[in-house]
Design a protein around this ligand. Sequence first.
Ligand code: G3P
Ligand code: MG
Length: 228
Amino acid sequence: MRVIGHRGAMGHAPENTLLSVEKALELGASWVEVDVQAVDGHLVVFHDIRLERVTSGRGYVAEQSFSYLRSLDAGAGQKIPTLGEVFEQVDHRAGINIELKGPNTAAPVAELIGRRLELGWDRERILVSSFNHPELMAFKTICPNIAIGPLIAGIPLEYAAFAQAMGAFSVHICLDFIDSEFVKDSHRRNLKVFVYTVNHPEDIARMRAMGVNGVFTDFPENCAAGGS
Ligand code: G3P
Ligand code: MG
């Protein structure tokens, strides 16, 4: 089962920071997941639409200048990183799941990935996901050779049919709704199943027994044997 550090290892370090990414690797995650937004011409790694919950700043992220965002404390003295900085921090030691959070992320993320591939990054260690399926398809149109995984927060009427229609590699579903039928249907369609956010050891064991292919977790150390 693939162990994907959620926003790095947010159970141990401020989410979506370089410290959190490093912690995830230290605790045995073979992949890290980060949330990405396009703001003021930069790809910033940040989850919320507003700044207050996790930074010293105020207001909507999308309305800020890059220099203001970089001036903020994102926790433990960390700065809000760029996606490029996450690639440098990981430095080929793990896979990176880029979750497209905001609008207009598809094109700049595709451009950044193109540059990283030229620098020798293994394309099989990149996975792009989103709850925004049109944005994800826009990405796939530009980068057809990079794996995509649509995110969902429930079980659609036709199970994983939508993900198969998108030509996805995987489908990313929330722990509250996952069941064996969904896993079986996904596997019949040749789709991997990744589940968020799985922290409790009992849930981790349950997901393993259900045959899911990976979990997003705030506590990678709870998953022991990593998987690729
Ligand atoms: O990508 C898995 C998970 O991160 C999706 O939800 O809200 O934590 O970005 P969220
Ligand atoms: Mg996320």
